[in-house]
Design a protein around this ligand. Structure first.
Ligand code: SF4
Length: 243
């Protein structure tokens, strides 16, 4: 599979983001592709591009139960603006109940282990269950976002979830993203206007200060190389650890 993905990578390398999506729909079939959106700026760009190409690719998001109200507002605005459904994924109720009962609602502040447990139950497990039904998933990751994403490619084999992962805007800059959003008048999360560059769950996201790293507002109490929730981790070369 890695060899095949390497060939795909050569084929799509010169293609623009919408052309990569168009290529993927033709190559794999819309019914085999899922787009995971966090409703962040990059994902709003991809939603716009994708829906102009196909309305048959499933768009889903992980509702962890701890999202900021502004993200729910963005889900509503996006549904209405694009006239599209967004599939909502939820954690397993029993696992969630056990975790919160035993460790408390704000366990993630206590240790990296607790934080990873919470991300695993609220995000990774529901995602893993979902992706079993697909051959390809599309993500809005950019290399320039953070140190843990420098090894990502436009297309790659996702060893964790065992399917192909396509990152159409991987080489985009932040200003490319915002130029696209403003030019196309796409709805976006209002927290971006309050200094939030990367938006996840409410208790684990904050705005950043001038000069801070793009992802400084996520799990700000942890070291930069530890800041992934387990969905996009590919930092083996940095840490020797894939979790
Ligand atoms: S981002 Fe925070 S609240 Fe959300 S799943 Fe991870 S640890 Fe839990």
């Amino acid at each position: 599979m890695d060899k095949k993905v390497y060939e795909y990578e050569k084929e799509i390398q010169p293609k623009s983001a919408p052309h990569v999506i168009e290529w993927a729909v033709k190559e794999f079939g819309a019914e085999n592709i899922a787009f995971a959106t966090s409703l962040g700026a990059e994902d709003q760009v991809i939603t716009d591009m994708l829906l102009k190409i196909s309305r048959d690719v499933e768009i889903f998001t992980l509702d962890t139960g701890r999202l900021p109200q502004e993200t729910y507002d963005t889900i509503e605005a996006t549904r209405k603006y694009f006239k599209t459904d967004i599939q909502m994924l939820y954690p397993d109720n029993k696992e969630l109940e056990k975790m919160v009962t035993e460790k408390g609602p704000d366990l993630f502040y206590e240790s990296i282990e607790n934080r990873k447990l919470c991300c695993n139950i609220r995000k990774v497990k529901p995602l893993k269950k979902k992706l079993k039904n697909f051959k390809v998933w599309i993500c809005g990751l950019r290399k320039k976002q953070v140190v843990t994403r420098i090894n990502l490619n436009k297309i790659e084999w996702d060893h964790k979830f065992k399917l192909i992962k396509i990152n159409p805007v991987i080489y985009w800059s932040e200003s490319d993203v915002w130029d696209y959003i403003h030019k196309n008048s796409i709805p976006y999360n209002q927290l971006h206007d309050q200094g939030y560059t990367s938006i996840g769950c409410a208790p684990c996201s904050r705005s950043i200060k001038p000069g801070e790293d793009f992802r400084a507002g996520r799990w700000w109490w942890e070291q930069p190389e530890q800041k992934e929730c387990g969905l996009h981790w590919k930092a083996e070369k940095l840490t020797g650890n894939s979790e």
